[in-house]
Design a protein around this ligand. Structure first.
Ligand code: ADP
Ligand code: MG
Length: 283
C-alpha cells in the first residue's frame, strides 16, 4: 500500500514564541516493496517525518494518503493504520517492560483485543522472524545483549503484522556484531517477507549496501531522492549539509585523480574491490 505525502509542513510549538518549522513542503511517494534509506544531519526532520507516516504526528498543513485514502479523512481508522505501518523508535529497548521476552512481544496484539491463541501465534511468528527461538521466550529482556533486546523490540512491532516497517536508527549504540545482526534481520524481512522498509541511518556504508533508494533531509526539506549511486554522486553537496558519501567513493575518486582508469560512481566496498582488482590485473 503506497504512502503519499503532499505538501506536508510541520511546526512544533506553533502557538509558542519559538515555533520550529521541522518539515517544509515535503512531497514523497513510498511504494510497496521499497527499501528506503532516510538520511540527514541531526535535527533535519527525519524522526518528525517518519512519525507522520503512521499518524502519530498530524501535519500542520498538507496531506498524507495511505493507499490513496486521506488518513485524516472522516471515518479513517488511525489505529488500523498504526498496525499496518510499524514504527520502531530510536532506542526501542527502553520500551521493553514486561517480565519476559514472550510477554513483551504479546503486548501489542493483546491490546488489539485479539483472542489469546492469535496473540501467542503472532508473537511466536514475530520472534521467529527476528531469529529468536523458544529458548528466549522466558528470559527477562534485561538478560539479553543489546542486539537481542532490539530484536525483541522489533518483534513487538512485527507482531502487529505491519506491511511497512520503519526503523529509526536501529543500530545506534550497538557494537559491530549487534549492528550486523540487526541489519541482516532487516534485510531478510525485506527480501524474504516482502516488507517495505524505511531505515533511518547515519551510516553511509550501510545505506549504500542495503537501501535501493535514498531520501536525504536537510533543514526539514527533501534535499535528494534517488538511487544510492545518484545521491552519493552529490557528495560535495552532501558534505555541505553535514553528510558524506561512503569512504570507498572518496578512495575511487582519489585513484581516478591519480590517473587510474576507474569509474567514480562506486559506493560499496565490494564493487570498489572488484574494480581495483581489475585495474591491478590490467597493469
Ligand atoms: P532528526 O530526527 O533528523 O534528528 P527531528 O525530527 O528530531 O530531527 O527534529 C527536527 C527539528 O524539530 C529539530 O530542529 C528539533 O530540534 C525539532 N524538534 C524535534 N522534536 C521536537 C519537540 N518535541 N518539540 C520541539 N521541537 C522539536
Ligand atoms: Mg531522529
Amino acid at each position: 500500500m503506497p504512502i503519499t505525502l503532499k505538501h506536508v509542513n510541520y511546526v512544533y510549538g506553533q502557538d509558542t514564541t519559538t515555533p520550529v518549522h521541522a518539515l517544509e513542503d515535503v512531497n514523497l511517494e513510498i511504494r510497496d516493496g521499497e527499501f528506503i534509506g532516510l538520511m540527514g544531519h541531526t535535527g533535519s526532520g527525519k524522526s518528525t517525518l517518519i512519525q507522520h507516516l503512521n499518524g502519530l504526528i498530524r501535519p500542520t498543513s498538507g496531506e498524507i494518503l495511505y493507499n490513496g485514502e486521506n488518513i485524516y479523512g472522516e471515518g479513517y481508522s488511525l489505529k488500523e493504520l498504526r498496525s499496518k505501518v510499524g514504527l520502531v523508535f530510536q532506542y526501542p529497548e527502553h520500551q521493553l517492560f514486561e517480565t519476559d521476552v514472550f510477554s513483551d512481544v504479546c503486548f501489542g496484539p493483546k491490546n488489539l483485543k485479539l483472542p489469546k491463541e492469535e496473540v501467542e501465534k503472532r508473537a511466536a511468528e514475530a520472534l521467529e522472524m527476528v531469529g529468536l527461538d523458544e529458548s528466549y521466550y522466558k528470559l527477562s529482556p534485561f538478560e539479553l545483549s543489546g542486539g537481542q533486546k532490539r530484536r525483541v523490540a522489533i518483534a513487538g512491532v512485527l507482531a502487529m503484522q505491519p506491511q511497512v516497517l520503519i526503523l529509526d536508527e536501529p543500530t545506534a549504540g550497538l557494537d559491530p556484531v549487534g549492528r550486523d545482526e540487526i541489519l541482516g534481520q532487516v534485510r531478510r524481512l525485506h527480501e524474504e517477507k516482502g516488507f517495505t522498509i524505511i531505515l533511518v541511518s547515519h551510516s553511509m556504508e550501510d545505506l549504500a549496501v542495503y537501501a535501493r533508494r535514498l531520501i536525504v533531509m536537510s533543514k526539514g526539506r527533501v534535499k535528494f531522492d534517488g538511487s544510492p549511486r545518484e545521491v552519493f554522486a552529490h557528495f560535495r553537496e552532501l558534505e555541505e549539509i553535514g553528510l558524506a558519501a561512503p569512504q570507498v567513493t572518496y578512495i575511487v575518486h582519489a585513484l581516478r585523480e591519480a590517473g587510474f582508469p576507474i569509474e567514480t560512481d562506486l559506493i560499496t566496498v565490494r564493487e570498489a574491490k572488484e574494480a581495483i582488482l581489475k585495474i591491478l590485473k590490467d597493469v
